[in-house]
Design a protein around this ligand. Sequence first.
Ligand code: 5GP
Length: 236
Amino acid sequence: MEKKQELYSGKAKSVFATDDNDYVVLSFRDDTSAFDGEKVEQLSRKGEVNNKFNAYIMQYLADNGIPTHFEKLLNETESLVKNMKMIPVECVVRNVASGSLVRRLGVEDGLELNPPVFEFFLKNDALHDPMVNEYHIETFGWAKAEDVNKMKELTFKVNELLKKLFADAGMILVDYKLEFGLFKGEVYLGDEFSPDGCRLWDAETRKKLDKDRFRQGLGGVIEAYEEVARRIGVPL
Ligand code: 5GP
């Protein structure tokens, strides 16, 4: 498979065409951003750690019945994935209150959420990713009702699988964001799953092991990502 021209460059990853229109190369960069791109830094090794972390999680999810865009690792920082039409909506599940939920509703950070909370956000930095609901998604044509239901169902299935994976390694999956796309008319999990897009706390100490270390200037960002990877057995 030959890598061709760059198709798209996001805040942390770039997408390249290949000689097969069904597949693209996802290239993980060291760029790290927060607050809708207002804070940006280069963190050495992040591209490599997230590429390998994502490959491990995507393979684990695929092995457990989740349709994903992931095909294979190509090298340290790149993976081959299906060329999807992305749905511009983020699916968030929260097992524990933190982040924007705490800011919006004034609930206590760390409060256990039972049942977990599900939220949709529109992917739009200029509008600061506003929260939307199923009606907005259907009315504005971002996705069909049946695909919205599928995204929700898959996001909750991922929760059961990953809550256990991380719990078995001594961590709490506080919350996470997933993105989906369409490939030949079917919904697949896309984008990435890495500590950039979830919150993970050590189960005993509640130490943050995710991108909040970057957002809050706590330091040791990549060291924390590597620790999570090591604990769940990602080969780095
Ligand atoms: P919150 O709404 O609390 O900011 O985020 C909820 C969860 O989704 C967190 O795990 C956060 O990392 C993830 N998340 C929400 N929006 C984004 C985004 O635009 N990019 C990334 N990488 N993660 C996001």
